[in-house]
Design a protein around this ligand. Sequence first.
Ligand SMILES: Nc1nc2c(ncn2[C@@H]2O[C@H](COP(=O)(O)OP(=O)(O)O)[C@@H](O)[C@H]2O)c(=O)[nH]1
Ligand SMILES: [Mg+2]
Length: 309
Amino acid sequence: MAEKLSFFQKLKNGLKKTRLNVVFGMESLFMGVSSIDEDFYEELEETLIMGDVGVQTTEKLIEDLRAEVDAKHLIHPRDCRSIILDLLKEQMTIPDGAYDFEKVPSILFVTGVNGVGKTTSIGKLAYKYRRQGRSVLVAACDTFRAAASDQLAIWCERAGVPMVSSEAGRDPSSVLFNALTAARARGADMLICDTAGRLHNKRNLMEELAKMNRVIEREGQGFLRENLLVLDATTGQNAVQQAKEFVRTSDLTGIILTKMDGTAKGGMAISVENELGIPVKFIGVGEGIDDLEKFSAKDFIDALFEENA
Ligand SMILES: Nc1nc2c(ncn2[C@@H]2O[C@H](COP(=O)(O)OP(=O)(O)O)[C@@H](O)[C@H]2O)c(=O)[nH]1
Ligand SMILES: [Mg+2]
């Protein structure tokens, strides 16, 4: 009988390629070279950047490491290992109140480009919170593609939550308006909105999102607002660049990092918060309804470096 893998095990398996890409190089530096010199720092820097950690974050990490090494008068690279692990974890702290939307009536507004995993993540979130006893309603605001609301409907059925939709081609803001009205009428305490990742052009998309934002501002009184951007981890630093476009349209409060199963670019999870100023709140590790969890820096680094495995 095939045993169901735990989320941590899936994360660990998923990070195998990143481990080869980043961790292997780091471990051989910690264990293989004899002194902490300029070559050591340089090689460490190169390894981190190659592993999609991002230039800005890598530079900060190296700088912090140098400070610790000097302060503690360390001489052997192996002494750097636990320092680096701690520094990596510090890049991914989740602020207090990050999950307040779980406790009060809230609107989760989910954005991101096509194919990153918005609809899938919404299905997973709806399932997660419905099971926690919340009254969840989903709004199908991706009216651009005809198949989009069918795909979302399948997820909502699996998750056991109702969905508000319209025929394709309708104004997504009107769907959102109807969904907000329905949420209030039903006394729903969580409204999750799917959105299009592509319109006729990028400017259209950003304008449409801005319009939806205004609808929420106007009609969403009494709901806590959570703006989640979905990023595909397999695209590494490109995802970080992509995110910068979305940062301009709304006040993003969190990131959902998908496809952490089987990416070689898992290193981007380390830098994304530092580079964007937005914490990663959830990670996806597969296509199943259970394959989404809250992000934990400790679990992530432990899975990456096979600590307590
Ligand atoms: N392996 C894997 N695939 C995922 C994950 N999240 C989404 N996907 C897949 O990514 C593809 C696009 O997902 P979809 O939700 O339609 O993206 P959207 O266009 O942003 O709504 C689908 O084939 C999903 O099954 C994940 O965490 N892991
Ligand atoms: Mg979609």
